[in-house]
Structures are given as structure tokens and as C-alpha cells.
Design a binder for this molecule. Structure first.
Ligand code: NI
Ligand code: MN
Length: 227
């Protein structure tokens, strides 16, 4: 089963397989690098890593328009249900089989509140298994040593933030990749705003030196990678 990942800028990903379309952290409205609008997408599931506006984004509008099911922690799933969306709650360490495959919530070291300041539970990352392909989306996080445990699951594709300031920067993302040992690593959460501007080519060459066996894929918003 082939899996196609499309970067929609920042931390927003569209993942297509034969069965479903997944949308992760749909920050499209107000995202200066988004290649599409929130009206142009029709996901079956929307995964939300935490409550910050640049991740929760257009979740409620897209879910209400399309009938997509929101998959997130209990607090965010309950909030979305309260807004009239379909949602399924999970929490850190918990996994469940869905029509597309299996989703597990992993820890992330970050904050999580809704744009109005209300508590949105703990932030999370995602381990997504589609067929034999394992994708780890770290969400917004700093480096943590338990990435070694996540790496033990056998990661095909790691989506890691490199923007610095709010999340890991490039140096810590290289250290994260050393713990995760993914076959492919794609950086995200950079170059959306000046505050998280990074030189992705220099990051790729640091990665090549440190982890020659991991393939670094640099995408522009709107571009895809298939495995
Ligand atoms: Ni955040
Ligand atoms: Mn963020």
C-alpha cells in the first residue's frame, strides 16, 4: 500500500493512502505559506497534536464541512465535539486501529491551550502505521530522550520540527534523528514566519554527516513524498 505525504506548510500534512485521506494540524487560514485553502480539502480524519492556533487551525470548520472525524487527545476531541464535529479521543501512549491503520499518541514537550486560553490537555506527537509504513510526527516538541523508545518501533518517516524558538532547532533535530533512526526524515515547522526561519540545505548537510543512512527529504509547501 503506497502512502503519499504532502506538506501543506508549517506542521500541516495530508497523508493519502488507498483507503483514506488524513490531515494533520490543518493551519491553512492565516498561514502565509499554505499552498491551498481550508475549503479545498476533504479529509476523512483530522489529527490535531495540540491546541495552539497554528495546529488546531481550521480543524473545526473543515470537520463540520466534510464530516471528517477529529482524532486528538481527550480535551481537544471533547472541545471539537462541543463545536459540532465528529471526534474520537485518545491519549498519550494509547493507540487504536482506524480504517487507515493504527494511530498512537506519543509525548511531546510543549504547551497546549486553545486560542482562547483554555486548557487543551497535554501536547502530543503521532505514530501512524499505514500498512507496513510507520510515520512519526513529533508535533511541537523539544528534544527528549524517550525518542529512543519511539525509534525502537522502526520508523520509516520522521517528521521533525527544526524551526527553533518554539520547538527543537536544527542541532537538536539531528540529535532526535540519532535516537529515532528513521529511514527518511522530513523537516517541518520552519520558514513559516521570520521567527522560525532556517536554512534547510545546511540542516540536510548536518544530517548527512551525522546520519548517512537516513535520507533527508526537503519539501516546499505543496510538494509530496511517496513511499
Ligand atoms: Ni505549539
Ligand atoms: Mn507550533
Amino acid at each position: 500500500m503506497s502512502v503519499k505525504l504532502t506538506w501543506l506548510g508549517h506542521a500541516c500534512w495530508k497523508i493519502d493512502n488507498t483507503k483514506s485521506t488524513l490531515l494533520i494540524d490543518p493551519f491553512l487560514s492565516g498561514n502565509p505559506v499554505a499552498p491551498i485553502t481550508a475549503e479545498q480539502i476533504k479529509p476523512d480524519f483530522i489529527l490535531v497534536s495540540h491546541g495552539h492556533g497554528d495546529h488546531l487551525g481550521d480543524t473545526v470548520n473543515i470537520a463540520k464541512r466534510t464530516g471528517a472525524t477529529v482524532l486528538s487527545n481527550f480535551e481537544i476531541a471533547s472541545y471539537c465535539e462541543g463545536q459540532g464535529c465528529k471526534a474520537h479521543p485518545l491519549h498519550i501512549g494509547g493507540s487504536r486501529a482506524f480504517p487507515f491503520g493504527r494511530l498512537k499518541l506519543t509525548i511531546a514537550h510543549h504547551g497546549s491551550s486553545f486560542p482562547d486560553g483554555r486548557y487543551a490537555g497535554n501536547p502530543a506527537g503521532f505514530l501512524i502505521t499505514i500498512g507496513k509504513t510507520k510515520i512519526y510526527d513529533a508535533g511541537d516538541t523539544g528534544l527528549f530522550y524517550d525518542m529512543k523508545l519511539i525509534g525502537e518501533e522502526g520508523i520509516d518517516i520522521a517528521l521533525l520540527p527544526i524551526g527553533d524558538n518554539f520547538t527543537m532547532g536544527p542541532e537538536d533535530a539531528v540529535r532526535a534523528a540519532k535516537l529515532l533512526k528513521p529511514k527518511v526524515m522530513i523537516p517541518m515547522h520552519y520558514n513559516t514566519f521570520e521567527l522560525i526561519a532556517q536554512d534547510s540545505k545546511s540542516f540536510a548537510s548536518q544530517m548527512k554527516k551525522a546520519l548517512p543512512r537516513t535520507k533527508v527529504v526537503l519539501l516546499k509547501p505543496g510538494e509530496s513524498f511517496s513511499i
